[in-house]
Design a binder for this molecule. Structure first.
Ligand SMILES: [Zn+2]
Ligand SMILES: [Zn+2]
Length: 253
């Protein structure tokens, strides 16, 4: 049973459930008319590279941290390991999202960091699969807080981490899906697909950096109301993607 509940198995199972759920939602309730076949080849390639690299990055970062980080001193509060699993996972999600907000913001304000992120912003038609378009450097940089915070600060067990990462995969689908949802007052806590679409629009890259929670943008002055952006606003970088450019963007250098 323990083997069945390994972190990798939970994530793989979640992935296929989410493919079915978001695939059907987009088919029956699309936010925009899109041609998902247009960039499918490039997105499949990008996804395969991303998954392979994540599988390589995670143990590399984990082993590095285990060898070099001082034992236990990273715990914010020693009692944290005794908290109920749901509380620990929730706290780890908020802390990781806070770190990712600033990493993402830096990607838009620093020339080196922007190079790691242009591949993600080359998406011109958003749908659930397109969100996996991330460069090697992007995956590597994001893996650092995504490994250190849950595994070394909150010391989640493999099962708890598997649940946390599955929520992360859900968010990846959710924020890029081509469907609009009205989540009522929850929009003050969580981002929505329309919220993240603003960030992918050609002229408003420097707003709505949040990955899971919307309150960071409201708190730090980078929020842009999705209702103020025309529904058919153009997405992407507004530049032609040539093969040499794609290769450079894929690596993120
Ligand atoms: Zn961005
Ligand atoms: Zn995105």
């Amino acid at each position: 049973m323990d083997r069945l509940l390994s972190s990798d198995n939970i994530q793989t199972f979640s992935f296929f459930v989410l493919v079915a759920v978001f695939g059907l939602l987009e088919k029956f309730r699309p936010a925009r008319e899109i041609n998902r076949w247009k960039d499918l080849k490039i997105d499949v390639l990008s996804f395969a590279i991303g998954v392979t690299l994540s599988r390589l990055c995670y143990p590399t970062i984990y082993n590095f941290c285990e060898t070099h980080l001082p034992k236990d001193t990273l715990l914010i509060w020693h009692g944290v390991t005794d908290l109920p699993a749901a509380v620990k996972i929730g706290m780890a999600l908020v802390a990781t999202d806070f770190a990712l907000y600033w990493v993402h913001r830096l990607q838009h304000s620093n020339a080196f960091m922007w190079r790691t992120h242009t591949w993600h912003h080359s998406i011109e038609e958003l749908y659930w699969f397109s969100g996996f378009r991330t460069s090697f450097m992007h995956s590597f940089i994001y893996n650092i807080p995504q490994t250190i915070i849950p595994m070394f600060i909150f010391k989640l067990t493999p099962l708890e981490a598997g649940i946390g990462y599955s929520i992360g995969i859900f968010v990846q689908f959710w924020e890029h899906t081509n469907t609009d949802f009205n989540i009522g007052f929850l929009k003050y806590i969580f981002i929505t697909p329309a919220y993240h679409r603003v960030h992918h629009s050609i002229n408003i890259h420097n707003r709505n950096y949040g990955t899971t929670f919307s309150f960071w943008d409201r708190m730090f002055g980078t929020y842009h109301d999705p209702d103020l952006v025309p529904k058919d606003t153009k997405l992407g970088l507004g530049e032609e993607l040539t093969p040499p450019k794609i290769t450079r963007m894929l690596t993120g250098f």
